[in-house]
Design a protein around this ligand. Structure first.
Ligand code: NAP
Length: 203
């Protein structure tokens, strides 16, 4: 593992430390040609060992995990090491979460993303990790509530028809590269949403 941009340490806990709280980051993975899923239709078909390492580290650093209902359904989410907030318009509890311990999972509408983020913070969850998916990420970006995108790029080209890491109407979000780590050709980047980034008037 080599840090190309960022502090000279191989301590991932330091490399991924949130700079302040509240902090909302989204963790996503794609191939070099931009596919967010592989042949199984899940991100599990494109991820690898170092991505899994960061995935679990970010979970451990977080206070709460937010995920779109589509991702929770398709990826077969079960209870996690942190409280899980599943974002859904249809208020549907994904199958794998039906028997989750009381209080460990809630299904909530996004509503106003600014108010949604504030409600997480009010519950004491100031280090917020969102694991996508592409539709939810796009809506959070449009509302200007994302502080950071952790983007893993795996050294593969897969062609075909696949989602990208954002899906939905256009957004235009400038990013600043904060950290770039290389591990066996996999690039692990921390992109900070530029402070000059303006939310869309209507998202
Ligand atoms: N490469 C990666 O890093 C990565 C990460 C995550 C997921 N994925 C892949 O992405 C695919 C799923 O994509 P997706 O875009 O459908 O995922 P998604 O954003 O997780 O799911 C969409 C669903 O989430 C809910 N949702 C999203 N935005 C919402 C909003 N603004 N308000 C209320 N509810 C909202 C809705 O659920 P209801 O239908 O219940 O209302 C919507 O149908 C899967 O193949 C998954 O494997 C890839």
């Amino acid at each position: 593992m080599k840090v190309l941009i960022g502090p000279e340490t191989d301590d991932l806990d330091v490399l991924y430390a949130a700079p302040r709280r509240p902090w909302l980051r989204v963790n996503m993975i794609s191939t070099v040609d931009g596919a967010a899923t592989g042949d199984t239709g899940k991100s599990g078909s494109i991820n690898n060992a170092v991505d899994k390492q960061v995935f679990h580290l970010l979970r451990a650093q977080s206070d709460v995990i937010v995920v779109g209902a589509g991702t929770a359904r398709i990826e077969g989410y079960g209870p996690a090491i942190r409280p899980l907030v599943v974002v859904s318009r249809r208020d549907m509890v994904p199958d794998g979460l039906r028997d989750a311990p009381p209080g460990s999972v809630s299904v909530e509408p996004l509503g106003d993303p600014v108010a949604f983020k504030a409600s997480l913070v009010e519950r004491g969850w100031t280090n917020i990790l969102c694991e996508g998916g592409p539709t939810l990420l796009r809506d959070l970006l449009a509302a200007g509530v994302v502080d950071e995108l952790c983007a893993t790029t795996v050294p593969r080209l897969i062609g075909g028809e696949h989602l990208r890491i954002t899906h939905g109407p256009p957004v235009d979000v400038p990013l600043d590269l904060h950290t770039l780590i290389e591990s066996d050709g996999t690039l692990l980047a921390r992109w900070l949403v530029s402070p000059d980034s303006e939310p869309l008037a209507s998202s």
